[in-house]
Design a protein around this ligand. Structure first.
Ligand code: ATP
Ligand code: MG
Length: 140
């Protein structure tokens, strides 16, 4: 297996519910290494850029207004098989379908309030991480 980097977001619903510490604890206990972390509030246009791949879908307006509705944490992660490892810890997009022990099963309220984001490929992870971090900000 390869060591991969991926981007996690701890979304505004998690910050609103004050569970970002619980999510970070699950990340640390999973063995994924945090290379960088930043609290940010996206503008509407930054949200549209981040979710450009979903432009045109029926949930795009809700998605971009939600992700820009309050502070979130961007977290650059690294680990063995990092992209899939993080998505496995997140659980299924719809918390109702997420496996036991996953973040979305534990904390997710609905498909559009599902606590965390994870990149879906190494290529997209690079693009997404560059939105939030410069290379100089990664600490091993
Ligand atoms: P993320 O990209 O946030 O890690 P994901 O990769 O599991 O989640 P995507 O298909 O990329 O899921 O969808 C991006 C986000 O859009 C989801 O996290 C969810 O909040 C929202 N979303 C996806 N499908 C729907 C839907 N059918 N209705 C409402 N919101 C949705
Ligand atoms: Mg996705």
């Amino acid at each position: 297996m390869a060591t991969e980097r991926t981007l996690a977001l701890i979304k505004p619903d998690a910050v609103e519910s004050k569970i970002e510490g619980d999510v970070l604890a699950m990340i640390c206990q999973s063995g994924l290494n945090i290379l960088a972390i930043k609290k940010v509030k996206l503008s509407a246009s930054e949200a549209a850029l981040f979710y450009a791949v979903h432009d045109g879908k029926p949930f795009f307006a809700d998605l971009t207004s939600f992700i820009s509705s309050g502070p979130l944490y961007a977290v650059a992660l690294e680990g063995e098989n990092g992209v899939v490892s993080w998505r496995t810890l997140m659980g299924a997009t719809n918390p109702a379908e997420a496996a036991e022990g996953t973040i979305r099963k534990r904390f997710g309220k609905a498909i559009n309030r599902n606590v965390v984001h994870g990149s879906d490929s190494v290529e997209n992870a690079k693009i997404e991480m560059a939105i939030f971090f410069s290379e100089l900000e990664y600490v091993k």
